[in-house]
Design a protein around this ligand. Structure first.
Ligand code: HEM
Length: 438
């Protein structure tokens, strides 16, 4: 292994490396270098020597076949550790396995079925609000909607002014994740994010105490009662850390996908019409329920295409804990790895005309993502695939089904829909629309 060379690429300037170019435009940063060097190349970003890995083969190596070579905790930038604490996202090995098993039931199976009514009720409340408003910025609205759903189902707290305060605190926390200035003064992005985190922790400490005394049906109550193989439950500090993560991961990403879904449906009236027809056939069979949610193949194709073309999360970080070789290149312990979701989803050899929005790529006849495993990775993949995937997909289907059945919207002029990819992918001006009942 020692005879092999490091991957091609450039470390850039001393200390800051190529961080600025990466943060300014992560997609073009990775895409340009991928075209030059191929599926593994080196750079230096966020203070560390880094290899970037692109394409199904590289992603399978990282997420599945050689995942024991990589650590999540050692990978995600320092700010993640400061802001997301000791949560599942930043755990490895036995500790991660135990906690994932404890959290899993709150986001799958019967618990999920119980969430349908609440998701539909909160969606309905927002639809009525939007009917009245007629013109608004959808990204902000979806943030509140998905936050209300997450806090009600995960924490058991009802919507209201406390929720909009918390939702704003989460926005500040998210902004801090990729802040370049590492100095946590009160006026820096990181400083504000830490202050927001402290207020969130304070609030969650109260919620957790309350649920420990009076468990209800939300995810935190399930977690309070969950026990591992040895009969141990999560401590109060662990519960709070996992709650911060679930709330954070559970709404920013879904907001991003819902916003892009509405952009693409407005841009493609023929696709919207086909999706509407699918819904209108289901309306005759009664209210939206679990069975109906399983009968929307075209909407599922559309959601896969939104996931492909507009993945909310552009990639994932890991730390190398065991030296490895990929495609003949050697990567030492201590380096950072970034796997690119964006660029993998735009590979011409998997997805012809990759820039085109074409839900039929995922039709039973074409199935472009099935040619190679790990081609569609908007939720990650392998044993540590997103734990909220079923929750998010159900929520997005419920919101989309309601919109398609009863509403029409147009994109207002004089705005930029250029993608801004960090911290989560969204159109620059947030998608201002004119919204009406059909
Ligand atoms: C459209 C919505 C969502 C997208 C696109 C998304 C995306 C992702 C991705 C890409 C990863 C893997 C990151 C990596 O490999 O480095 C991940 C992990 C994770 N997601 Fe999601 N996510 C979504 C919704 C949710 C929801 C609703 C929740 C919780 C309620 C959630 C909780 C998590 C957690 C806890 C992990 C870490 C899992 C582990 O390490 O075992 N996500 N998500």
């Amino acid at each position: 292994m020692k005879d092999t060379q490091n991957p091609p690429g450039n470390f850039g300037l001393p200390i800051i490396g190529e961080t600025f170019s990466f943060v300014l435009d992560p997609y073009n940063f990775v895409n340009k270098r991928y075209r030059q060097h191929g599926s593994i190349f080196k750079t230096n970003i966020l203070g560390r020597p880094t290899v970037v890995m692109v394409g199904p083969e590289a992603i399978e190596f990282l997420l599945s076949s050689h995942m024991e070579y990589f650590s999540w905790r050692e990978g995600w930038p320092q700010n993640f550790k400061k802001l997301l604490g000791k949560s599942l996202f930043l755990q490895d090995g036995e500790e991660h396995r135990r906690n994932r098993r404890l959290i899993m039931p709150a986001l799958h199976g019967p618990a999920l079925t119980n969430y349908i009514t609440t998701m539909a009720e909160i969606t309905h409340h927002y639809l009525k609000k939007w009917e009245k408003k007629q013109e608004f910025t959808w990204f902000q609205e979806f943030k509140q909607l998905t936050f209300d759903i997450a806090s009600q189902l995960l924490l058991g707290t009802n919507s209201g002014s406390e929720n909009s305060r918390l939702s704003q605190l989460f926005t500040q926390l998210t902004n801090g994740l990729f802040a370049i200035n590492p100095i946590p003064l009160p006026f820096t992005t990181l400083g504000k994010a830490i202050a927001a985190r402290d207020q969130i922790l304070e609030h969650l400490a109260e919620v957790v105490k309350e649920r420990q005394q009076h468990p209800t049906k939300d995810a935190i109550s399930l977690l309070v009662q969950a026990k591992d193989e040895d009969g141990n439950s999560l401590s109060e500090t662990e519960l709070i850390a996992q709650a911060v993560l679930l709330l954070f991961a559970g709404h920013e990403t879904t907001t991003s996908m819902l916003t892009w879904l509405c952009v693409e449906l407005a841009r493609h009236p023929e696709i919207l019409q086909r999706a509407r027809e699918e819904q209108l056939q289901l309306v005759n069979k009664g209210a939206l329920n679990l069975e109906q949610l399983g009968q929307m193949p075209y909407l599922e194709q559309i959601l896969c295409e939104v996931e492909r073309l507009h993945p909310p999360v552009g990639g994932g970080f890991r730390g190398v804990v065991k030296e490895f070789e990929f495609n003949g290149f050697h990567v030492p312990v201590g380096w950072q790895v970034l796997y690119s979701i964006f660029v993998t989803h735009s590979l011409e050899e998997i997805y012809p005309n990759p820039e085109r929005f074409d839900p039929d790529r995922f039709s039973p006849q074409r199935q472009e993502h099935k040619q190679y495993p790990f081609s569609l990775i908007g939720f990650g993949g392998g044993p540590r695939i997103c734990i909220g995937i079923a929750f998010a997909k159900m929520e997005m289907k419920i919101v989309a089904a309601h919109l398609l059945r009863s509403y029409h919207w147009e994109i207002l002029p004089h705005q930029s829909l250029d993608p801004v990819r960090i911290p989560t992918n969204h159109p620059k001006d947030g998608l201002r629309v004119c919204f009406q009942p059909l």
